[in-house]
Design a protein around this ligand. Structure first.
Ligand code: PMP
Ligand code: GLN
Length: 393
């Protein structure tokens, strides 16, 4: 213990407390509730990928420190995936960096690219680590709020343009977007790209849900748009795409200078991580298209099951075009405050969800919205919606 009255957590981090995901997963455990809060699947990914990890462990591949940038097999597989899916060509040696999940990629990118006082324009609501990492990097976040419009949360491009100042260093984009499920359109992304070029901004784009895009929505990687290849740090993750969130294998693809910059921070965070899992993810990325299609179709069925159930339970539902989250409006249930609602939900219905307000600086703008994850077994989703239907009773 220290005798000084000074708080132990520094001023940059003090406002963030414990992440909502830890808080809500602990609440689910404590109350025995169905956990539709933290976004992790309740079944593991493909057996052959799990076996690939076992094989790597047994063969002694990755049990000692892997190379700093990631094992060559994985860097090659990441580059091949970007080429095969999007026609983007990256040099595995200079333009790919393996990280401890997308979380470390985001942290390292912000720590490396920001000077104290630089402004970061980010889409609000934002994934919780963005705000904390911008703060740790000494940056200032400038939110641009996605607002409900005709059943989806939409970006106002004029607001985005107005948010850019002479102090803006980078745009932090996330599509498909957690927690709203919005997938930015090609037209919106083109406008973002034009703005970045015009104002000479860097772009960090979190595309971890790239394979979870539904209906007629299309995932357009920002790096494919004119002028973006050289200014964009693209972030991906095996956690969401292959349903192994515990493995913490993520990556960055970008031009050599940007990758070197991100690596300069990353080498002092974890240095390296996930050795044997890197080999397994290399095999996973090479799975045939049928894997990715079946994965998406399965999540689409689950989306419809949960979205329909939530609507029948009386929630306002924003049917997501991407991700595995449904954002709901609790006002039709006579509720206003998502925090209070989520804290009471285990007691009232035996279900845990996430209050979207935690992802906002403008907390009032997020107050009535609550997020439910649908990356769960069908029976679990059915039971959750059955319970939630008792709320209005
Ligand atoms: N970005 C977004 C938008 C997320 O939802 C998540 C959670 N998967 C992450 C980053 C972190 O990914 P990882 O688990 O690979 O660190
Ligand atoms: N990305 C997951 C979500 O949004 C949670 C990851 C985490 O717990 N940090 O629910």
């Amino acid at each position: 213990m220290t005798s000084s009255a000074r708080p132990l957590v520094n001023r940059r981090l003090a406002e963030f407390g414990t992440t909502i995901f830890a808080e809500m997963s602990a609440l689910a455990l404590r109350t025995g509730s169905i956990n539709l809060g933290q976004g992790f699947p309740d079944t593991d990914g493909p057996e052959e990928v799990r076996e690939a990890a076992v094989r790597a462990l047994r063969d002694g591949r990755g049990n000692q420190y892997p190379p700093g940038p990631g094992v060559p097999e994985l860097r090659t597989a990441i580059a091949a995936h970007q080429e095969r899916r999007y026609g983007l060509s990256y040099d595995p040696d200079t333009e790919v960096l393996v990280t401890a999940g997308a979380t470390e990629a985001i942290a390292a990118a912000l720590l490396a690219l920001l000077e104290t006082g630089d402004e970061v324009v980010a889409l609000e609501p934002y994934y919780d680590s963005y705000a904390a990492c911008i703060a740790m990097a000494g940056g200032t976040r400038v939110p641009v709020t996605l607002r409900p419009h005709e059943g989806a949360f939409r970006l106002d491009l004029d607001e985005l343009r107005a948010a850019v100042t002479d102090r803006t260093r980078l745009l932090l984009i996330n599509t498909p977007h957690n927690p709203t499920g919005t997938v930015l359109t090609r037209a919106e992304l083109t406008a973002i790209a034009e703005l970045a070029v015009e104002r000479d901004l860097l772009v960090v784009t979190d595309e971890v849900y790239e394979h979870l895009v539904f209906d007629e929505a299309e995932h357009v990687p920002l790096a494919t748009l004119p002028g973006m290849r050289e200014r964009t740090v693209s972030i991906g993750s095996a956690g969401k795409t292959f349903s192994f969130t515990g493995w913490k294998v993520g990556w960055v693809t970008a031009a050599p200078g940007l990758v070197a910059a991100v690596r300069s921070a990353k080498q002092f965070l974890t240095y390296v991580a996930s050795g044997p899992f890197q080999y397994a993810v290399a095999e996973a990325l090479a799975l045939p298209d049928s894997y990715f299609t079946a994965f998406r179709d399965d999540m689409l069925t689950k989306r419809d099951l949960l979205a329909t159930g939530l609507a029948e339970a009386g929630f306002g539902v924003f049917r997501p075009a991407g991700t595995y989250f449904v954002t709901t409006d609790i006002r039709p249930l006579g509720e206003q405050d998502g925090f209070a609602f989520c804290r009471a939900l285990p007691e009232r219905a035996g279900v845990v969800a996430i209050p979207n307000a935690v992802f906002y600086d403008h907390r009032e703008a997020g107050a009535p919205f609550v997020r439910f994850a649908f990356c769960k077994r069908t029976g679990v989703l059915e039971e959750a919606t059955r319970r939630l239907k008792t709320l209005g009773a």
